[in-house]
Design a protein around this ligand. Structure first.
Ligand SMILES: *[C@@H]1O[C@H](CO)[C@@H](O)[C@H](O)[C@H]1NC(C)=O
Ligand SMILES: *[C@@H]1O[C@H](CO)[C@@H](O)[C@H](O)[C@H]1NC(C)=O
Length: 325
């Protein structure tokens, strides 16, 4: 039994590695790969964990696809190496809006990067977190699997549950400067418009960090307009997910995509639970609104395998890590 599990884990890793290489080639994050290959066999070969129903229905909402696309652009821009601050990066200039007063916050060793700026058009502050560098994505995913991941142990606030300590540390590495920039922006634009709302977004690890920053900003009295994450891993335990759902469930789109494996990590058997509300884009491109339980059986969990990193790299039809400029 143990040997079979170990073997399956090895096979999973090998297949996942193949998948990430294909994904990076497809998403043009690395050079090469002229012939189109299919990783359907990888999907078929694996049958990873499937979640059971949490069953806590909330009123169904309509998926705002335009809002999802806007957030995807903003999350993608966080991957740009240069030109975020003056909004000249490729995703910046091609994106839906122009931000000003942009601050970029980076912890090089922990590979965390975020920016925060102000959208004068919609009059909202934007916070966006980048995910792991695509070149180390595979290692990062491996660290989150059942064999390597830790229990949710980091405390956020009293009674709010516990979150993954790695996500907590990563967030901690940029939080001071980021929050201070947000407070400066609020002071400036609140005075100007008597109104300052915040939109939070992030892809992959950045989705987990977005979840944490939204909680802290709200605690500091910021008005959170929306939280949109793409391919976020599970952030914390069920107490955390419950707390989150009550506060932000109706303002959150936790986007998942087809066979993306990251939302299946860290596993539920370690005590992790997804936050609401999932919006699942299935392999044919249809958006399916989650039931508000966090672990909606019709969402990402309905895919009988989660083996794709290709699906992790494309959200709302936009390649997430294509900004090498
Ligand atoms: C924007 O910033 C980048 C450095 O990040 C710089 O190379 C570029 O010249 C700047 N562009 C403008 C228009 O200021
Ligand atoms: C995606 O969802 C749509 C609408 O529910 C459905 O018609 C379609 O068959 C689904 N595609 C897959 C691949 O599950």
């Amino acid at each position: 039994m143990a040997r079979a599990t170990a073997r399956r884990t090895r096979i999973d890793r090998a297949l996942a590695l193949a998948s990430v290489v294909l994904a990076l080639v497809r998403a043009r994050c690395v050079e090469g790969g002229s012939h189109e290959m299919h990783n359907r066999w990888i999907r078929r070969a694996l049958n990873l964990e499937r979640g059971a129903s949490g069953g806590k229905p909330s009123a169904p909402r309509v998926v705002d696809v335009n809002a999802a696309r806007r957030s995807a652009w903003l999350a993608g821009a966080a991957y740009c190496k240069h030109g975020i601050q003056n909004w000249t990066c490729a995703y910046c200039v091609d994106g839906p809006t122009r931000l000003r007063d942009v601050g970029v916050f980076e912890h090089k060793r922990k590979r965390v990067k975020a920016y925060a700026g102000y959208d004068g058009k919609t009059k909202v502050g934007v916070v966006a977190f980048r995910g792991t560098d695509p070149s180390s994505l595979y290692n990062w995913v491996e660290d989150l699997d059942a064999m390597h991941s830790t229990l949710p142990t980091a405390e956020v606030k009293d009674g709010v549950g516990r979150v993954h300590s790695g996500f907590h540390d990563a967030y901690d590495s940029v939080r001071k400067e980021l929050i201070s920039h947000m407070i400066d922006m609020r002071t400036k634009y609140d005075r100007m418009w008597r109104h300052f709302e915040v939109e939070v977004t992030g892809h992959s690890l950045g989705g987990a960090l977005s979840t944490l920053v939204a909680l802290e900003l709200e605690a500091l009295g910021f008005q959170i307009k929306s939280v949109t994450t793409f391919g976020s891993p599970r952030v914390g335990d069920e107490v955390f997910a419950d707390f989150w759902g009550k506060k932000f469930g109706d303002r959150t789109m936790r986007m998942t995509h087809a066979h993306d494996m990251v939302p299946s990590l860290p596993p539920r058997m370690l005590g992790y639970h997804h936050v609401a509300t999932e919006v699942f884009q299935n392999a044919s491109g249809a958006y399916i609104m989650g039931d508000g339980s966090g672990e909606d059986p019709r969402g990402s969990d309905s895919e009988w395998t989660h083996a794709s990193l290709a699906d992790h790299l494309v959200y709302a039809d936009l390649p997430m890590c294509n900004c090498n400029m």
